[in-house]
Design a protein around this ligand. Sequence first.
Ligand code: NAD
Length: 257
Amino acid sequence: MSLKGKRAVITGSNSGIGLGITIELAKAGAEVVLNSFTDRAEDHALAERIGAEHGVPARYIAADMSKGEACRALIAQAGGCDILVNNAGIQHVAPIDEFPVDRWNDIIAINLNSAFHCTAAALPGMRAKGWGRVINIASAHGLTASPFKSAYVAAKHGVVGMTKAVALECAGQGITANAVCPGYVLTPLVEAQIPGQMKVHDMDRETVIRDVMLERQPSRQFATVEQLGGTVVFLTNPAADQITGTTISVDGGWTAL
Ligand code: NAD
């Protein structure tokens, strides 16, 4: 099914999973609005390149997802959206009794509050059209926990809970809300950690990936940004019209353990 005529806003989409999702949505014919907090020539060039490659309108709008007004302004500046992908996220790892307060606040603001503000701003336009998709990129950490990731686990569980509430508020209105829960995904950020881990553990690349990084992922394989993008595109299809208020894990079996 073509997404021609549908506008998608993807927060935090100038790298990693957000970029992968953007490209799959563009491939499917959607107009795409990319976002991050930077406002560099290369950010705008990235949007232009995606638009040209896939023959769809594409724009980059800078907005800091840690700020509520900026989230709402992003949706307004985009002209509303039919598909909202709340993807922007950051991580910090520390024991809870040493967790820096500013890092806690940033994680809750970017990973959870931004999804609230963007959803609140996007829903009236979706309701007016009688069609909409709210797709929140949560995590396996929206369903399970790991030590030292209290803020991230709290934010991602919050995203999963909010997704259910939004689904109920929109039920029967042509609008669905779902959370995609990736396990470990091979993004540039994760790729960059591999050489350091190889050194620390004195292991080759394959062993460090299988035995250290993917220790909790039974498939012992990373999920890819293309697979995440494909999952998001699936949720926009008519086949997914009655899939709402739920989570879809893309985690190689992590949450089955
Ligand atoms: P990434 O660092 O490559 O991407 C994060 C994106 O968010 C970037 O585009 C970054 O610029 C943007 N961002 C950060 N702070 C922002 C802010 N204040 N305002 C606007 N944009 C901001 O990381 P990623 O791995 O692609 O993560 C994307 C999402 O997927 C996150 O929500 C993350 O929690 C989730 N996730 C990632 C993995 C993984 O293994 N990589 C696993 C589960 C969930």
